[in-house]
Design a protein around this ligand. Structure first.
Ligand code: KMH
Ligand code: ZN
Length: 311
Protein backbone atom coordinates (compact mmCIF):
# COMPACT_ATOMS: atom_id res chain seq x y z
CA UNK A 1 0.00 0.00 0.00
CA UNK A 2 1.32 3.48 -0.86
CA UNK A 3 2.53 5.44 2.13
CA UNK A 4 0.00 8.11 3.07
CA UNK A 5 1.16 11.69 2.78
CA UNK A 6 1.84 13.56 6.00
CA UNK A 7 -0.62 16.25 7.03
CA UNK A 8 1.03 19.19 8.80
CA UNK A 9 -1.23 21.14 11.14
CA UNK A 10 -0.01 24.46 12.47
CA UNK A 11 -1.54 25.75 15.72
CA UNK A 12 -0.81 29.43 15.42
CA UNK A 13 -1.34 31.06 18.82
CA UNK A 14 -3.40 29.01 21.32
CA UNK A 15 -4.20 29.91 24.90
CA UNK A 16 -1.18 28.69 26.87
CA UNK A 17 1.63 31.05 25.98
CA UNK A 18 1.50 34.77 26.67
CA UNK A 19 3.06 37.74 24.84
CA UNK A 20 5.88 38.09 27.37
CA UNK A 21 7.15 34.60 26.61
CA UNK A 22 8.08 35.29 22.99
CA UNK A 23 7.96 38.31 20.67
CA UNK A 24 7.11 35.85 17.90
CA UNK A 25 3.79 34.77 19.46
CA UNK A 26 1.09 36.43 17.35
CA UNK A 27 -1.81 38.03 19.18
CA UNK A 28 -3.01 41.01 17.13
CA UNK A 29 -5.52 40.28 14.37
CA UNK A 30 -2.95 41.26 11.75
CA UNK A 31 -0.16 39.13 13.16
CA UNK A 32 -2.43 36.10 13.59
CA UNK A 33 -3.59 36.43 9.96
CA UNK A 34 -0.09 36.95 8.60
CA UNK A 35 1.53 34.12 10.53
CA UNK A 36 -1.30 31.74 9.62
CA UNK A 37 -0.92 32.60 5.94
CA UNK A 38 2.86 32.17 6.08
CA UNK A 39 2.47 28.83 7.85
CA UNK A 40 0.17 27.64 5.07
CA UNK A 41 2.64 28.84 2.44
CA UNK A 42 5.37 26.88 4.24
CA UNK A 43 3.37 23.64 4.01
CA UNK A 44 0.72 23.50 6.73
CA UNK A 45 -2.48 22.16 5.21
CA UNK A 46 -4.50 22.66 8.42
CA UNK A 47 -4.47 25.82 10.54
CA UNK A 48 -5.70 25.29 14.12
CA UNK A 49 -6.98 28.69 15.21
CA UNK A 50 -7.61 30.44 18.51
CA UNK A 51 -8.33 34.15 18.84
CA UNK A 52 -6.93 36.74 21.20
CA UNK A 53 -7.83 40.21 22.31
CA UNK A 54 -6.23 42.54 19.77
CA UNK A 55 -4.91 44.96 22.41
CA UNK A 56 -3.81 42.76 25.31
CA UNK A 57 -3.22 39.36 23.74
CA UNK A 58 -5.49 37.63 26.27
CA UNK A 59 -7.12 34.45 24.89
CA UNK A 60 -10.62 35.09 23.56
CA UNK A 61 -13.53 32.91 22.47
CA UNK A 62 -15.62 35.88 21.34
CA UNK A 63 -16.52 35.30 17.68
CA UNK A 64 -15.87 39.01 17.01
CA UNK A 65 -12.16 38.35 17.61
CA UNK A 66 -12.11 35.74 14.81
CA UNK A 67 -13.79 37.99 12.23
CA UNK A 68 -10.73 40.10 11.38
CA UNK A 69 -8.55 37.13 10.44
CA UNK A 70 -10.70 34.20 9.22
CA UNK A 71 -11.72 35.75 5.87
CA UNK A 72 -8.17 36.96 5.26
CA UNK A 73 -6.82 33.45 5.75
CA UNK A 74 -9.50 32.03 3.46
CA UNK A 75 -8.76 34.56 0.72
CA UNK A 76 -4.98 34.12 0.87
CA UNK A 77 -4.72 30.34 1.28
CA UNK A 78 -6.43 27.07 0.49
CA UNK A 79 -5.64 25.71 3.96
CA UNK A 80 -8.25 23.96 6.08
CA UNK A 81 -9.27 26.17 8.99
CA UNK A 82 -9.75 24.27 12.24
CA UNK A 83 -11.33 26.36 15.01
CA UNK A 84 -10.51 25.50 18.61
CA UNK A 85 -13.24 24.52 21.04
CA UNK A 86 -10.67 24.41 23.84
CA UNK A 87 -10.57 28.17 23.85
CA UNK A 88 -9.61 29.57 27.15
CA UNK A 89 -9.32 26.53 29.38
CA UNK A 90 -11.60 27.56 32.24
CA UNK A 91 -14.62 28.67 30.20
CA UNK A 92 -17.84 26.70 29.77
CA UNK A 93 -18.30 24.35 26.84
CA UNK A 94 -21.13 26.59 25.59
CA UNK A 95 -18.77 29.56 25.28
CA UNK A 96 -15.97 27.44 23.86
CA UNK A 97 -17.98 25.96 20.97
CA UNK A 98 -19.52 29.27 19.86
CA UNK A 99 -16.77 30.25 17.37
CA UNK A 100 -16.78 26.85 15.60
CA UNK A 101 -20.58 26.95 15.35
CA UNK A 102 -20.72 30.61 14.31
CA UNK A 103 -18.26 30.12 11.46
CA UNK A 104 -19.26 26.54 10.58
CA UNK A 105 -15.63 25.55 10.30
CA UNK A 106 -14.38 22.59 8.26
CA UNK A 107 -12.73 21.22 11.41
CA UNK A 108 -12.68 21.95 15.11
CA UNK A 109 -10.98 20.49 18.16
CA UNK A 110 -12.88 18.17 20.51
CA UNK A 111 -11.20 17.60 23.85
CA UNK A 112 -11.85 14.07 25.05
CA UNK A 113 -11.60 14.28 28.82
CA UNK A 114 -11.43 16.44 31.93
CA UNK A 115 -8.03 16.95 33.47
CA UNK A 116 -5.65 19.17 35.37
CA UNK A 117 -4.14 21.36 32.64
CA UNK A 118 -1.35 23.51 33.96
CA UNK A 119 1.53 25.63 32.81
CA UNK A 120 2.15 27.40 36.11
CA UNK A 121 5.86 26.44 36.24
CA UNK A 122 6.38 28.89 33.34
CA UNK A 123 5.53 31.79 35.68
CA UNK A 124 8.76 31.22 37.63
CA UNK A 125 10.84 32.12 34.59
CA UNK A 126 9.79 35.79 34.71
CA UNK A 127 10.29 38.59 37.22
CA UNK A 128 7.37 40.84 38.17
CA UNK A 129 8.66 43.65 35.91
CA UNK A 130 9.03 41.34 32.92
CA UNK A 131 5.34 40.86 32.19
CA UNK A 132 4.09 42.95 29.26
CA UNK A 133 0.39 42.89 30.25
CA UNK A 134 -1.39 42.89 33.62
CA UNK A 135 -3.37 39.68 33.03
CA UNK A 136 -0.43 37.46 32.17
CA UNK A 137 1.19 36.65 35.51
CA UNK A 138 -2.01 35.52 37.24
CA UNK A 139 -3.21 33.69 34.16
CA UNK A 140 -0.06 31.60 34.09
CA UNK A 141 0.59 31.27 37.84
CA UNK A 142 -3.01 30.35 38.66
CA UNK A 143 -3.19 27.59 36.08
CA UNK A 144 -2.19 25.19 38.89
CA UNK A 145 -5.86 25.47 39.89
CA UNK A 146 -7.23 24.77 36.41
CA UNK A 147 -9.59 21.96 35.73
CA UNK A 148 -9.99 21.65 31.98
CA UNK A 149 -13.57 20.45 32.04
CA UNK A 150 -14.70 18.11 29.28
CA UNK A 151 -17.25 15.82 30.90
CA UNK A 152 -19.24 13.28 28.89
CA UNK A 153 -22.15 15.69 29.10
CA UNK A 154 -19.99 18.53 27.74
CA UNK A 155 -18.72 16.35 24.90
CA UNK A 156 -22.29 15.31 24.05
CA UNK A 157 -23.46 18.91 24.02
CA UNK A 158 -20.57 19.98 21.79
CA UNK A 159 -21.04 17.05 19.41
CA UNK A 160 -24.81 17.60 19.11
CA UNK A 161 -24.56 21.37 18.70
CA UNK A 162 -21.91 21.07 16.01
CA UNK A 163 -23.41 18.05 14.18
CA UNK A 164 -25.57 20.13 11.78
CA UNK A 165 -22.40 21.89 10.59
CA UNK A 166 -20.77 18.68 9.37
CA UNK A 167 -17.52 19.61 11.08
CA UNK A 168 -14.68 17.09 11.30
CA UNK A 169 -13.30 16.81 14.78
CA UNK A 170 -9.67 16.84 15.83
CA UNK A 171 -10.15 14.57 18.87
CA UNK A 172 -7.58 15.80 21.35
CA UNK A 173 -6.52 12.88 23.60
CA UNK A 174 -4.12 13.86 26.37
CA UNK A 175 -3.81 10.40 27.87
CA UNK A 176 -4.68 6.79 27.14
CA UNK A 177 -7.97 7.03 29.06
CA UNK A 178 -9.17 9.68 26.62
CA UNK A 179 -9.00 7.10 23.84
CA UNK A 180 -11.44 4.96 25.82
CA UNK A 181 -13.68 8.01 26.31
CA UNK A 182 -13.66 8.47 22.54
CA UNK A 183 -14.51 4.81 21.96
CA UNK A 184 -17.45 5.13 24.37
CA UNK A 185 -18.67 8.27 22.61
CA UNK A 186 -18.54 6.45 19.27
CA UNK A 187 -20.52 3.54 20.73
CA UNK A 188 -23.31 5.90 21.80
CA UNK A 189 -23.36 7.45 18.35
CA UNK A 190 -21.75 10.84 18.97
CA UNK A 191 -18.92 10.39 16.47
CA UNK A 192 -18.66 8.34 13.30
CA UNK A 193 -15.61 6.69 11.72
CA UNK A 194 -13.25 7.61 10.23
CA UNK A 195 -12.10 9.75 13.14
CA UNK A 196 -9.04 11.97 13.44
CA UNK A 197 -7.15 11.72 16.74
CA UNK A 198 -4.57 14.19 17.98
CA UNK A 199 -2.28 12.52 20.52
CA UNK A 200 -1.44 15.39 22.88
CA UNK A 201 1.75 14.69 24.80
CA UNK A 202 3.75 16.60 27.37
CA UNK A 203 1.04 18.81 28.89
CA UNK A 204 1.33 18.97 32.69
CA UNK A 205 -1.74 16.94 33.63
CA UNK A 206 -1.51 14.57 30.67
CA UNK A 207 0.76 11.81 29.39
CA UNK A 208 4.49 12.61 29.03
CA UNK A 209 6.13 13.15 25.64
CA UNK A 210 8.32 10.14 25.00
CA UNK A 211 8.55 7.38 22.45
CA UNK A 212 7.27 4.59 24.71
CA UNK A 213 4.14 6.59 25.47
CA UNK A 214 3.62 7.35 21.78
CA UNK A 215 3.78 3.64 20.95
CA UNK A 216 1.40 2.92 23.85
CA UNK A 217 -1.07 5.53 22.60
CA UNK A 218 -0.87 4.19 19.05
CA UNK A 219 -1.21 0.54 20.08
CA UNK A 220 -4.22 1.40 22.21
CA UNK A 221 -5.81 3.35 19.36
CA UNK A 222 -5.13 0.44 16.98
CA UNK A 223 -6.85 -1.91 19.43
CA UNK A 224 -9.88 0.36 19.88
CA UNK A 225 -10.36 1.77 16.39
CA UNK A 226 -8.65 -0.65 13.96
CA UNK A 227 -8.16 1.05 10.63
CA UNK A 228 -11.02 3.50 11.12
CA UNK A 229 -8.89 6.31 12.43
CA UNK A 230 -6.17 8.72 11.35
CA UNK A 231 -3.83 10.23 13.86
CA UNK A 232 -1.45 13.07 14.47
CA UNK A 233 0.83 14.09 17.29
CA UNK A 234 1.30 17.31 19.17
CA UNK A 235 4.09 17.41 21.75
CA UNK A 236 4.38 20.43 24.01
CA UNK A 237 7.55 22.46 24.38
CA UNK A 238 10.94 21.44 23.07
CA UNK A 239 9.74 17.86 22.45
CA UNK A 240 7.55 19.17 19.62
CA UNK A 241 9.80 18.54 16.61
CA UNK A 242 11.53 15.36 17.91
CA UNK A 243 8.20 13.69 18.69
CA UNK A 244 6.68 14.87 15.40
CA UNK A 245 9.64 13.34 13.61
CA UNK A 246 9.08 10.00 15.37
CA UNK A 247 5.36 10.09 14.65
CA UNK A 248 5.95 10.77 10.97
CA UNK A 249 8.02 7.57 10.81
CA UNK A 250 5.22 5.59 12.47
CA UNK A 251 2.70 6.72 9.85
CA UNK A 252 1.27 9.61 11.82
CA UNK A 253 0.55 13.20 10.92
CA UNK A 254 2.13 16.11 12.77
CA UNK A 255 1.13 19.33 14.48
CA UNK A 256 3.53 22.17 15.14
CA UNK A 257 2.99 25.85 15.92
CA UNK A 258 3.61 28.41 18.64
CA UNK A 259 0.44 27.31 20.48
CA UNK A 260 2.24 24.18 21.60
CA UNK A 261 5.91 25.18 21.59
CA UNK A 262 7.74 28.49 21.38
CA UNK A 263 10.96 26.74 20.33
CA UNK A 264 12.68 25.85 17.09
CA UNK A 265 15.16 23.68 18.97
CA UNK A 266 15.85 23.10 22.66
CA UNK A 267 16.76 26.47 24.23
CA UNK A 268 16.18 28.54 21.06
CA UNK A 269 12.96 30.48 20.47
CA UNK A 270 11.30 30.10 17.08
CA UNK A 271 11.03 33.21 14.94
CA UNK A 272 7.59 32.31 13.64
CA UNK A 273 5.06 29.55 13.09
CA UNK A 274 6.28 29.21 9.51
CA UNK A 275 9.79 28.45 10.75
CA UNK A 276 8.51 25.41 12.67
CA UNK A 277 6.43 24.28 9.66
CA UNK A 278 9.43 24.64 7.36
CA UNK A 279 11.57 22.58 9.72
CA UNK A 280 9.17 19.65 10.10
CA UNK A 281 8.42 19.72 6.39
CA UNK A 282 12.12 19.48 5.59
CA UNK A 283 12.54 16.58 8.03
CA UNK A 284 9.54 14.68 6.63
CA UNK A 285 10.76 15.14 3.06
CA UNK A 286 14.40 14.33 3.82
CA UNK A 287 13.25 11.09 5.45
CA UNK A 288 11.45 10.13 2.25
CA UNK A 289 7.93 11.27 3.06
CA UNK A 290 5.62 13.64 1.25
CA UNK A 291 3.56 16.44 2.70
CA UNK A 292 -0.17 16.59 1.94
CA UNK A 293 -1.64 19.62 0.21
CA UNK A 294 -4.85 21.09 1.68
CA UNK A 295 -6.96 19.25 -0.88
CA UNK A 296 -5.15 16.00 -0.15
CA UNK A 297 -5.76 16.58 3.56
CA UNK A 298 -9.45 17.13 2.76
CA UNK A 299 -9.56 13.83 0.94
CA UNK A 300 -7.64 11.89 3.61
CA UNK A 301 -9.84 13.26 6.40
CA UNK A 302 -13.09 13.34 4.41
CA UNK A 303 -13.81 17.02 5.01
CA UNK A 304 -16.80 18.97 3.74
CA UNK A 305 -14.70 21.47 1.76
CA UNK A 306 -13.48 25.02 2.13
CA UNK A 307 -16.50 26.43 0.28
CA UNK A 308 -18.92 25.27 2.98
CA UNK A 309 -17.84 27.48 5.85
CA UNK A 310 -19.51 30.64 7.13
CA UNK A 311 -16.73 33.17 6.88
N1 KMH B 1 -2.75 23.49 23.07
C1 KMH B 1 -3.14 22.12 23.08
C2 KMH B 1 -2.28 21.35 24.03
C3 KMH B 1 -7.92 23.10 21.91
O1 KMH B 1 -7.61 24.07 21.25
O2 KMH B 1 -9.03 22.59 21.88
C4 KMH B 1 -4.57 21.98 23.42
C5 KMH B 1 -5.54 22.46 22.40
C6 KMH B 1 -6.94 22.50 22.89
O3 KMH B 1 -5.24 22.71 21.26
ZN1 ZN C 1 -5.79 24.76 20.56
Amino acid sequence: MAKQKTIITCAVTGAIHTPTMSDALPYTYDDIAQQAIEAAEAGASILHMHARDNETGAPSVDPKDFVPFLPRIKQATDAVVNISTGGSLTLSIQDRIRPAATFSAEMCSMNMGSMNFSFHPLADRYKDDDWKFDWEKNYVANSDGNIFRNTFRDIKEAAETLAPHNIKFEHECYDVGHLYNLKFCMEIGLFKAPIFIQFVMGILGGIGADLENLVFMKKTADKLFGDSYRWSILAAGAAQIPMATSASQLGGNVRVGLEDSLFIQRGKLAESNAQQVTKIRRIVEELGGEVATPDEAREILDLKGGGRVAF
